[in-house]
Write a protein that binds this ligand. Structure first.
Ligand code: C2E
Ligand code: MG
Ligand code: MG
Length: 821
């Protein structure tokens, strides 16, 4: 090939000043006869750290800087045929030891004097090389590179008129150099761009107008440059003022590199980032970006508000800090599933703890974001506060929810379900039944074996009830040991009472099997109240009727059944009236304490009294306790009633110091169970200034047994104060004799029924009465026989060992005045 030939006419050689402004380094090297650098542009210093002069002075610098691995390539490069463009990438070390990939585009040419010169352009492609490592297809990369490897250089004079432009402008921007020479450089800048974004100095420089002389050094910017077709391209511009021989600035030199695709994709990325950021920041839902290790990359304001925490706190949080304790395991499991890509996304609802400790309900969605290679990269969580919605739903759920202990329904639910069924029954003109099932003596199990045994028993009972009722019956546990069964109306005729009673009996049979509670065996039993719907029945009314029937069955004895019928309804109505009347009576203080004397049987002297309540009814006159005490006890009214009696007794004792002995006051279970019972009694004594030794309390066995611990403590306290404690109606209860030993009792009162049954000759009543008298004297207790109506009875009890007596024979209950001499 002709050494002087080249492709086309050689362009006008640009001045060195101009070459020095090129973004790439250009050089001229003498290859033969000996290797040396004839010229290298200023840019080399920035690139490799050595100045051009150092290269000129030391030809070995080039070889020393070359990475030995690329020596072969260099040799090949140096021996490449003249005139053929050649491209090679060689590794070089900078003066600071950094390894760079330098791409050379070279063409060599023989000079007339027989010197082979290489004209080269150097570009740092280290960054590209790093990327290239990851690409299999290096060919493709080179293809891409060469497509864009086309720089443009132009020179403009002080007026901004283009005087020179490199031929590559055709390839890059579509212009022929001739199109541009003589035009204003500023015309090349596309009007679409925001020129104000490029600062004033640089713009002046690139446009080449105005005083550019005060601009020192090199200015760089990215700007949109017009192509010949009118569509703008992003170019990276690098410019510098040029000075004339007089040292005055007389123009500019600018190098342009096509960076269009990078800028476009970078801008698109920035735009999508901006979009993402905006939508994240403005989103009403809480959004969080998580790393796959669960740490937080970003959290939006809505999320911070949701948890009432600041952004810094959220950024320091991990996914595991966000879920409430109860939901932690579940939240963790989901996070792992999504972060490993096992599932792409998951939704759910979780409790979260706010910074102020309040637990809120959130609905969330968690999605996996993969990187360009499809590998799991990070996760996006979306959270929505469900608390208000949840509270409303929970209210609903509560209605349908089951009793946690037994898995049965609860009261709210059964009420709701019952009213639905009643509507169905009404429509079908059939009836339905409600069974109120209540365990007998459940409290005893709870008190003696502990509540967890009690819970076990309830679970067993629930299971047994479930097994004993028709499949369409619904069951609830409404409180403690109280169960409700609603029987479905049978479609044809409804369920008759007999069928309901049969179901109830079945339930009782099922419940009445032995249950093992730890080491103990218990045979539970239940009482059942049955109520059948009437045309106008309400759910509440029906439940109440069943409860009343149950109540009645319970007072009939254990393990009974009772149907709510007309007499019971009448009785219930009566009780209701009675309750109202009693309240009024307490209000109006209509209760009176009557006194009945207690005598020493040997000589019939009065040794004390028992106070017995009477209701001084405005219409009915004096009413005895049997007519109103049961209702007073059931309703708790016996407590204020008892206080009125106590107050009258204390007042009488204060008023009548001559009254002999103690006065016994009856205390019912309800009163004894009242934690304030002792202070009430002491209060009344104190109020009237009465010596506690003038008072005795009368309690029955059943009263005491029902609440043994409480009663024992209260009675011990009273006894400690000097108050007498009498065990009333003795011999009628079921409790053991040892109770007498354990309780702080001072006396026993033989029940009237024994006295009535006593006979002249031997009988079981005689034997018992004799035995009990012996027991009392053995224990050092006072013994009082009640209900003595005849001289014979008086003689008999005395003979059996009873010391004191009480009864109509000695005096009927009467106002205290009656007993004042
Ligand atoms: P109690 O404590 O066993 O009282 C004895 C009952 O037998 C009294 O009935 C009394 O009037 C009656 N009685 C006494 N001697 C004879 C007799 O010779 N023959 C007959 N047939 N009966 C006799 P009462 O006053 O109707 O009281 C009934 C029950 O009511 C009492 O039985 C007592 O448990 C309770 N009670 C009376 N007053 C009060 C009170 O103020 N508070 C409380 N919590 N209960 C009271
Ligand atoms: Mg009594
Ligand atoms: Mg009695």
């Amino acid at each position: 090939m002709d050494a002087h030939s080249g492709p086309g006419p050689a362009p006008a050689t640009p001045p060195r000043d101009l070459l020095d402004q090129l973004p790439d380094v250009v050089y001229v090297a003498e290859v033969e006869p000996r290797f040396r650098i004839e010229y290298v542009s200023d840019g080399i210093t920035e690139l490799l750290g050595w100045t051009p002069s150092e290269f000129y002075a030391d030809p070995g610098l080039v070889r020393r800087g070359l990475d030995p691995r690329d020596a072969d390539q260099l040799a090949q490069f140096l021996s490449s045929p003249a005139g053929v463009p050649f491209q090679v990438t060689l590794r070089w070390r900078t003066s600071r030891g950094r390894l760079l990939f330098l791409q050379h585009r070279v063409r060599s040419r023989w000079r007339a004097d027989g010197v082979l010169l290489a004209y080269g352009v150097l570009r740092d492609v280290t960054a590209t090389k790093a990327v290239e490592k990851h690409l299999v297809d290096t060919e493709r990369l080179y293809g891409l590179l060469s497509e864009h490897a086309s720089d443009v250089v132009y020179q403009a004079d002080a007026a901004g008129i283009v005087r020179y432009v490199s031929p590559s402008v055709r390839q890059t921007l579509g212009w022929a150099p001739a199109d541009l020479i003589g035009r204003r450089a500023g015309d090349l800048l596309a009007p679409q761009q925001d020129l104000d974004a490029i600062d004033e100095q640089r713009r002046r420089l690139y446009e080449g107008v105005g005083d550019v002389g005060d601009i020192e050094g090199v200015a760089e910017a990215e700007m949109l440059v017009l192509t010949s077709s009118g569509s703008p391209r992003w170019m990276a511009a690098r410019g510098r003022a040029v000075r004339g021989d007089d040292g005055q600035p007389n123009g500019i030199v600018v190098g342009l590199r096509d960076v269009h695709d990078q800028v476009v994709s970078r801008r698109a990325l920035a735009a999508s980032e901006q979009l993402f950021r905006t939508s994240m920041m403005q989103n009403p839902n809480g959004l969080v970006l998580f790393r796959r290790d669960g740490s937080v990359i970003a959290a939006n304001p809505a999320f911070c508000t949701l948890l009432q925490a600041d952004e810094a706190t959220m950024l320091a949080a991990r996914v595991s800090d966000l879920a409430a304790e109860e939901d932690l395991a579940e939240a963790h499991r989901t996070f792992v599933q999504v972060s490993t890509g096992e599932v792409e996304s998951e939704v759910g609802a979780t409790r979260m703890v706010r910074a102020d400790g309040v637990v809120i309900w959130t609905r969330w969605g968690l999605s996996l974001i993969r990187d360009a290679d499809g590998e799991p990269d990070y996760l996006v969580g979306q959270y929505q506060d469900l608390t208000p919605e949840h509270e409303a739903r929970e209210r609903l759920a509560f209605l349908s929810e089951h009793d946690g202990l037994t898995g049965l329904h609860n009261r709210e639910w059964i009420l709701h379900a019952l009213s639905m069924r009643l509507r169905v029954a009404r429509a079908a003109t059939s009836t339905l039944g409600v069974l109120h099932v209540d365990l007998d003596r459940f409290r005893l199990v709870n008190d003696s074996l502990g509540t967890s045994a009690g819970d076990d028993l309830l679970r067993v009972v629930a299971e047994r009830i479930r097994g004993a009722v028709p499949a369409d019956a619904i069951i609830a546990r409404t409180s403690g040991d109280e169960f409700i069964v609603v029987l479905a109306p049978s479609e044809a005729a409804g369920m008759d009472l007999e069928a309901m009673d049969e179901v109830a009996a079945g339930i009782q049979r099922a419940i009445g099997q032995e249950v093992r509670l730890g080491a103990r065996r218990v045979i539970p039993s239940a009482s059942v109240g049955i109520a059948e719907s009437q045309p106008g029945s309400t759910a509440e009314g029906l439940l109440r009727a069943a409860a009343l029937a149950h109540h009645q069955s319970k007072s009939d004895g254990r393990s009974r059944r009772r149907v709510f019928d007309a007499p019971l309804a009448a009785e219930a109505a009566r009780r209701l009236t009675m309750e109202e009347e009693l309240r009024d009576a307490i209000e109006r203080q209509e209760f009176l304490a009557y006194f009945q004397p207690v005598v020493r049987l040997s000589d019939e002297t009065v040794v004390g009294f028992e106070a017995l309540v009477r209701w001084n009814h405005p219409h009915r006159g004096i009413v005895t306790p049997d007519a109103f005490l049961p209702v007073a006890e059931q309703t708790g009214l016996v407590v204020p009633l008892g206080e009125q009696v106590l107050d009258q007794v204390c007042a009488a004792l204060a008023r009548e110091p001559g009254l002999p002995g103690r006065v016994g006051v009856n205390i019912s279970a309800m009163q004894l169970g009242d934690p304030g019972v002792v202070s009430t009694i002491v209060g009344h004594l104190a109020k009237h200034g009465v010596d506690p030794r003038r008072l005795a309390v009368e309690v029955t066995e059943t009263t005491v047994v029902r609440q043994l611990d409480l009663a024992q403590a209260a009675l011990a306290e009273l006894r400690g104060l000097g108050i007498g404690v009498h065990m009333d109606d003795f011999g009628t209860g079921y409790s053991s004799i040892s109770l007498l030993r354990d309780l702080p009792v001072t006396g026993i009162k033989l029940d009237r029924r024994f006295v009535t049954e006593l006979t002249e000759h031997d009988s079981s009543a005689n034997a018992l009465a004799t035995g009990l008298a012996g027991l009392a004297s053995g224990l050092g207790l006072e013994s009082i026989a009640e209900g003595i109506e005849t001289d014979e009875q008086a003689r008999l009890v005395l003979a059996q060992g009873w010391t004191f007596g009480q009864g109509y024979l000695f005096g009927r209950p009467a106002p205290v005045e009656h007993w004042i001499a």
